[in-house]
Design a protein around this ligand. Structure first.
Ligand SMILES: *[C@@H]1O[C@H](CO)[C@@H](O)[C@H](O)[C@H]1NC(C)=O
Ligand SMILES: *[C@@H]1O[C@H](CO)[C@@H](O)[C@H](O)[C@H]1NC(C)=O
Ligand SMILES: *[C@@H]1O[C@H](CO)[C@@H](O)[C@H](O)[C@H]1NC(C)=O
Ligand SMILES: *[C@@H]1O[C@H](CO)[C@@H](O)[C@H](O)[C@H]1NC(C)=O
Ligand SMILES: *[C@@H]1O[C@H](CO)[C@@H](O)[C@H](O)[C@H]1NC(C)=O
Ligand SMILES: *[C@@H]1O[C@H](CO)[C@@H](O)[C@H](O)[C@H]1NC(C)=O
Ligand SMILES: *[C@@H]1O[C@H](CO)[C@@H](O)[C@H](O)[C@H]1NC(C)=O
Ligand SMILES: *[C@@H]1O[C@H](CO)[C@@H](O)[C@H](O)[C@H]1NC(C)=O
Ligand SMILES: *[C@@H]1O[C@H](CO)[C@@H](O)[C@H](O)[C@H]1NC(C)=O
Ligand SMILES: *[C@@H]1O[C@H](CO)[C@@H](O)[C@H](O)[C@H]1NC(C)=O
Ligand SMILES: *[C@@H]1O[C@H](CO)[C@@H](O)[C@H](O)[C@H]1NC(C)=O
Length: 494
């Protein structure tokens, strides 16, 4: 009571404070119709509870649908696979109709245009404009409804399973002191543990929509050696995880499955943003998230799966040869310009940047606005990780390499000699010419494309491919790039 009285009187005396000067240039007449509130934060509370007793009843959970996994998946095993696979290659249908999908003119029924903003068709019911899918009263069926749906959700389930293991793995192998040294507290570790538990829910949801052939948990081979590298890897895994799903959601036959998957991928995108914050990067340096084809997500994911149980449901997607970014901007550096060639924890496309650089070149424990990259809600890097015009050097692998669970998938490409670098970010696909400098090596310069004025297209961790042509594609037909992809990698832009 005493503290409340004191607060009320200090509040009254602060009401006379002068109105602040305009803080957003060009935005005038912004006076709030309320009195200026005090910004004093003292006195602080010193005692906590017992609290007010408020009206409530006794209640309990009556229905808790079972999950397909517990919070942690029990004894684990990690590292590369060294055996011989009992089967090889992607799942194939008994018949494949054509070698590639030919372009068609726009769908003849897609002609709706409403210049007047009034309803053009009879309304099926009050307050119910004509149109939409699944709006005519049919009972929802929350199941995959085609091979396309099955393979897409099965891929997403492989992704949820690795995330469940991955988030727990970093918490298990690094000490509390390791996390503190990377600026992450016990509350942050609890947050990462909670993200792992979210994956058990996502895995359950997808399993339920797939049926008994749903893929199960595998064993994994991770690239990180430090907490920073763990966080960087998480930032990349969730990046291709969300982008892989955004790429196919709108193409699913089952609108019901799309609805539920949208509601889980919204969580994945929050995880991605949170890992960026833990890495001291600007949380969402773009206006739109990007979508990529399923075969891209599978190409990024597969190298980190060492083996899966016998009878695991296999996938139909393609594994492309890896594209390596030699001078991948290192987010642990004060100045990413100083990144040395191959400054990475390993040589797979999604591998994190090397965090073991000299302390006086690292931004992790700096306390300097514009330069620090310790965990924060937001960071304003004075020196960007990358910039338009930056030379980017690549090497790439030949096709025919064994990758993925039990080394039982094989990288392949149908593209001719690579001539372009395709940059996929936000709503845009931008090509730059590839200058080939040797056997499977070359360079290009980062493009300066924008989505809409003021929004540079290439920001956040982006996707890069070598292609044999500069085919014009947009987010809804991006998959038609696949026959032209020679190698596929990731780029730490922003
Ligand atoms: C993959 O390896 C696991 C563990 O050794 C084994 O149980 C499984 O049968 C293998 N699967 C294939 C497709 O080789
Ligand atoms: C209801 O709409 C679906 C498409 O969402 C369509 O397939 C189905 O035939 C419609 N049912 C009726 C009774 O009109
Ligand atoms: C990317 O976003 C950050 C944060 O908003 C910004 O500072 C930076 O200039 C952007 N990068 C490019 C290439 O515009
Ligand atoms: C794998 O599938 C075969 C055929 O359906 C079955 O006989 C066998 O028991 C299964 N093995 C495992 C480990 O589930
Ligand atoms: C990084 O390199 C670019 C291109 O040479 C240059 O414009 C920029 O000033 C450099 N950044 C810093 C912080 O020196
Ligand atoms: C990564 O792989 C590329 C191409 O296979 C090779 O040129 C490069 O030396 C490798 N880098 C490291 C650090 O292993
Ligand atoms: C960081 O610097 C600011 C301003 O100099 C200071 O107020 C703050 O206490 C410092 N924080 C740490 C963790 O050193
Ligand atoms: C943020 O960074 C930009 C340069 O990228 C700089 O112009 C601006 O002053 C910085 N703002 C703060 C608050 O540090
Ligand atoms: C890229 O490779 C070329 C040689 O082909 C080299 O001269 C250049 O310094 C490299 N650029 C970077 C940014 O590493
Ligand atoms: C980027 O995407 C936007 C939105 O689809 C489009 O208007 C713009 O032309 C694209 N820009 C480039 C350079 O492709
Ligand atoms: C992809 O879609 C765009 C329209 O958004 C179209 O102009 C382009 O021709 C399409 N590309 C192919 C290969 O069909």
């Amino acid at each position: 009571m005493l503290t409340r009285t004191l607060y009320a009187s200090s509040l009254l005396s602060a009401l006379v404070a002068a109105a602040p000067a305009p803080q957003v240039s060009g935005y005038t007449d912004a006076d709030g119709p309320f009195p200026q509130m005090p910004s004093a934060i003292y006195p602080l509370a010193t005692s906590f509870g017992p609290d007010s007793q408020i009206p409530a009843i006794e209640t309990s959970v009556t229905l808790a649908p079972p999950r397909v996994s517990s919070d942690v998946t029990g004894p684990t095993r990690h590292g590369p696979y060294s055996g011989t696979p009992t089967t090889t290659g992607a799942v194939k249908a008994s018949t494949t109709l054509v070698e590639s999908i030919a372009p068609l003119p726009p769908n003849p029924t897609h002609t709706y245009y409403n210049a007047g903003g009034v309803l053009l068709n009879p309304a099926p019911a009050p307050y119910t404009p004509s149109g939409g899918l699944g709006t005519n009263g049919t009972e929802p069926r929350y199941m995959v409804n085609s091979d396309f749906d099955f393979e897409s959700l099965a891929l997403a389930l492989y992704q949820e399973w690795i995330e469940l293991d991955l988030f727990n793995n970093g918490l298990a192998i690094f000490s509390n002191e390791d996390f503190i040294a990377a600026g992450l507290t016990a509350e942050d570790r609890a947050y990462i543990a909670y993200m792992a538990i979210q994956e058990t829910g996502h895995a359950t949801l997808l399993t339920n929509m797939l049926g008994e052939a749903a893929p199960v948990q595998c064993t994994y081979d991770y690239p990180f050696r430090t907490v920073r590298e763990f966080i960087d890897f998480n930032q990349k895994v969730t990046r291709w995880g969300e982008a892989g799903v955004w790429g196919f959601l709108s193409h699913l036959d089952s609108r019901e499955a799309s609805q539920l998957l949208s509601q889980s991928i919204a969580i994945e995108t929050r995880q991605q943003m949170s890992f960026r914050q833990m890495l001291g990067l600007f949380p969402m340096p773009e206006w739109f998230e990007v979508g990529i084809p399923q075969s891209w997500a599978w190409t990024y994911l597969a190298p980190y799966i060492s083996s899966c149980p016998q009878n695991q449901t296999r996938l139909a997607w393609q594994n492309f040869p890896a594209l390596h970014v030699v001078n991948q901007p290192n987010p642990n550096r004060i100045s990413a310009n100083n990144t040395q060639p191959w400054e990475l924890a390993g040589n797979r496309s999604g591998d994190p940047s090397d965090s073991s650089i000299p302390n006086d070149e690292s931004c992790v424990n700096l306390n300097e606005t514009g330069y620090s990259c310790g965990p924060a809600i937001s960071r304003n890097r004075s020196e960007p990780l990358s910039f338009p015009g930056r030379q980017v050097n690549f090497t790439w692998d030949a096709p025919g390499q064994a990758v993925g669970p039990n080394n039982s998938y094989v990288t392949s490409t149908t593209a001719g000699a690579p001539q372009f670098v395709a940059w996929v970010s936000q709503l845009n696909l931008t090509y730059t010419p590839l200058t080939v400098t040797g056997e499977k090596s070359g360079y290009t310069y980062q493009p300066a494309s924008v989505v809409f004025e003021g929004d540079p297209a290439l920001n956040n961790t982006a996707f890069v491919a070598l292609t044999d042509t500069d085919l014009f594609l947009t987010p809804f037909n991006l998959t038609m790039i696949n026959p032209h992809v020679a190698a596929l990698g990731m780029y730490t832009a922003g």
